[in-house]
Structures are given as C-alpha cells and as structure tokens.
Design a protein around this ligand. Sequence first.
Ligand code: ZN
Length: 204
Amino acid sequence: MANLIYYYGTMEAGKTTKLLMDHYNYLKNKKQVILTKPSIDTKGSNKVVSRIGNQAIVDFTINPNKSLLDDDYLEKFLNSDVIMVDEAQFLSPKQVSEFWYLAHLANIPVASYGLKVNFLGHLFEGSAELFAKADELRELTINCECGKLASQNVRLVNGHYCFDGPEVIIDGENNDVKYIPMCNDCMINKVILPNHPELKRIKK
Ligand SMILES: [Zn+2]
C-alpha cells in the first residue's frame, strides 16, 4: 500500500519549492495529481506560491471542519494517482488520519508539506498528528543567520520580536507580521530571555 509522507521545516526552508518540483514531476510522468491545501491558508488564495516565484493552482481547498471522506472530496481523491497537500500543519488531526487511511486503504500516495512548530515553539495540531502518523518524515532545512540550523519560526510584528497573540496570523496580509527562521540558541537568547528574567540566573 502507499505511504503518507510529511516534508516539514521552518519558514523559508524550501517546502513549497519542493512541492512545486514534485508536482511538476508527477505531471510530467502523466500522473493524475490532486493539489490541495487547508482553506485557513489564505496566502495566494487558490495558488501554491513559493518565495522564489514559482506557483501552481490548487484543485480545491479543504474546509477545516469537513471530513475528507465526505462525498465531494472523496470522489476526487479516489480518482487521483497522488495527493499533494500544502500547509499541512493547518489540517485537523482527523483530516490527517483520513489522509493516512487514503494512503493505506485506497493505495494513493499522500505527500504533505508544512511547518513543524508555531511561533511559540509548539507543534501545530496538524503537525503533531503528522509526526504520529506519517510513514516517512523528511526534514527540509535552512540556516539561522548565525549559521546553525534553524528550527524555530520567530514572529516579528512591526520589526519587534513577538511572543504572544493567536497561533495563526498569515504574514503579508495587509499587516506588519513577518516570520524568520531561527535556531534554538538565537530564539532563547533574543526572544525568550528578555521576557523571562528568572532565566538569566542559569545563563553562562
Ligand atoms: Zn542562530
């Protein structure tokens, strides 16, 4: 039977670029591809857009409250050779399980792409379920500005590090929110330590 794969990483680690390359290859090999993403990601509306300029049109977006086994979704999935999911961290845990079932019961490979952690360093709900269920986990990486591997996504609001607010604010939507990939050392020292003086007692 087929597998559920999760390609995960920080912002700017090349997840969407990898998705678009895989998408191109499937089409070149005459595969019937379904490209989808949760409707919570409003960036690029019905497109999957990489930061280096490539893009593809999604076939449909997934409502966070709907089951993927509903007739309108299921028929499309069952008629495909492969399913690709962008911004998969925004899937509900139930939807992740449903993709897992589609891979293992309907024999349709599911390739999902997304973030591991939110701006507070916590797993997204969808990512946690993907870490629990995916048959393959592949990390895509980028360096922090200090040179170490980035593993966190720090939120900047109006140019300042931000450590509170809602989990989901899509960057670039008429706001001053940006995300930057950062290693744990830099996040702890630059973002967490200034707001937690008690931690200064253990800093060497
Ligand atoms: Zn760093």
